[in-house]
Design a protein around this ligand. Structure first.
Ligand code: PHE
Length: 442
């Protein structure tokens, strides 16, 4: 018998036990919002890109989202048991092939090609996740990296070359909170075999200055008329507050996140760090040393344009799209009236652990993962689902069986839903939960 296959953009992939990518997700591949003129994702991309000019930086904006497990995880040093590799978090085409979960999947190849000292990549990325106003299984990231070549500097010490490049960056006067030392022996270690402390100081300074420049550039477009960088919160002017905190990524060390204070909370904008030398060695460029960052474009665009719901980015409604045309002065998105929401609950029993009835089902209590529910709901309701959340959870005192109740909010961003339409969607959700997960409805 022939091996079953899946065709994506003209290429056939074998499917196997690992395959979990639904066709509803594949339908996002052609959208490429990062390239759509006058789309907020694309405008945000262009503003950030302008801080990383060519020819120093090459801009890649149309790399294909199907990548190997080796590219997405192994080449970046993800441990074999990293949770990001699990089928509950990642869309697998087959056991060796995934939809990229981050733009870093392309790092090794671009380092290997070694076309320029730096690059940016903007692209759609895919992650199985919960559903709410700020999470969507497809979103866009922009990655940037910069390297220096030891062979091109006297004695192979790149520190001086990096400082020389740093003073060419635009100056800014914003005071940035940066309380931690550049390296910390346990939490944020120097790669002692590969870098001297002075090299890491220089790389970290160049990285941080470059990204601070991006944040200032972005936020100076909000409320441009006032001259200062900041925003209005509860009718009061708040100057922009930015801070660096320590972070962890398998492919950088030391690593940081940049946060901005936004309407009362610290909000993570991007992750970055000094590129792990093993990534560069494995990419065949052992003499290159440098930094990398990754930023979520929707996250930034939602702040810049005051877009309240991440689903709007996918809207084809002209009331959304026509609002974004001018990338010089970021305008505040004016929400069109919200249509009524309608919520419905679904309650079901998971099968008790150890039960083997209905083989192949995933509702055994120990195998159950909430993302499977999220995906079924999304597959049935696509953009008519606003949120899904667990509202009740208990274990039967006698049988030991576990019962869950999820509340599903149905709402369209573009029109009022009809009752019978919602009923039909909900009936279908119930049916698919039974068919795909083998749960017992209550
Ligand atoms: N790829 C990381 C993420 O998706 C972001 C990142 C990129 C961090 C490059 C460090 C360097 O979270």
């Amino acid at each position: 018998p022939r091996t079953p296959t899946l065709e994506i953009d003209g290429t056939r992939y074998n499917i196997d036990d690992w395959t979990n990518v639904p066709s509803s997700i594949l339908s996002y591949l052609p959208r490429k919002l990062q390239l759509q003129p006058s789309h907020p994702v694309s405008i945000t991309r262009q503003v950030i890109e302008s801080n990383f000019p060519s020819p120093t930086y090459t801009h890649y904006n149309d790399l294909h989202p199907v990548v190997t497990v080796a590219e997405n995880f192994d080449s970046l040093g993800f441990p074999k048991d990293h949770p990001g590799r699990s089928r509950t978090d990642t869309y697998y085409i087959n056991k060796d092939t995934v939809l990229r979960t981050h733009t870093s999947a392309h790092e090794a190849k671009i380092f290997r090609d070694n076309k320029s000292e730096g690059y940016t990549i903007s692209a759609d990325v895919y992650r199985r996740d919960a559903i709410d106003r700020s999470h969507y299984p497809v979103f866009h990231q922009m990655e940037g990296a910069r390297t220096w070549d030891r062979r091109k500097v006297p004695g192979g010490n790149i520190a001086k070359a990096v400082w020389t490049d740093l003073v060419k960056l635009p100056r800014h006067s914003l005071s940035i909170e940066d309380p931690n030392p550049t390296t910390h022996a346990e939490r944020n270690p120097l790669q002692t075999e590969h870098h001297s402390p002075e090299e890491v100081e220089a790389i970290a300074a160049h990285l941080k200055r470059s990204l601070e420049g991006v944040v200032i550039e972005l936020f100076s477009r909000v409320q441009k008329t006032t001259g200062a960088v900041g925003h209005v919160n509860a009718n009061a002017w708040e100057p922009l507050r930015v801070r660096w905190i320590e972070a962890y990524f398998p492919f950088t060390s030391p690593s940081w996140e940049l946060e901005v204070f936004w309407q009362g909370d610290w909000l993570e904008l991007l992750g970055c760090g000094v590129t792990k030398q093993d990534v560069l060695i494995n990419a065949g460029v052992p003499d290159q040393v440098g930094w990398a960052f990754g930023v979520g474009l929707e996250r930034v665009a939602m702040l810049l344009f005051s877009i309240p719901d991440i689903r709007l980015f996918w809207s084809k409604d002209s009331r959304f799209l026509k609002q974004f045309s001018n990338k010089e002065n970021v305008n505040t998105f004016v929400p069109f009236s919200r249509y009524p929401e309608c919520y419905k609950d679904v309650s079901f029993w998971l099968r008790s652990s150890g039960s083997s009835a209905g083989g192949g089902m995933r509702s055994n209590a120990q195998d159950f993962h909430e993302n499977d529910v999220m995906e079924i709901v999304r597959d049935v309701g696509s953009d008519l689902i606003e949120a899904v959340k667990l509202v009740d959870d208990f274990v039967h005192p006698v049988s030991g069986r576990k019962s869950l109740c999820y509340r599903i909010n149905y709402r369209s961003l573009e029109r009022t839903l009809r009752n019978e339409e919602v009923n039909q969607l909900h009936e279908n959700v119930r049916k698919q939960l039974v068919e795909q997960l083998g749960v017992e409805l209550r």
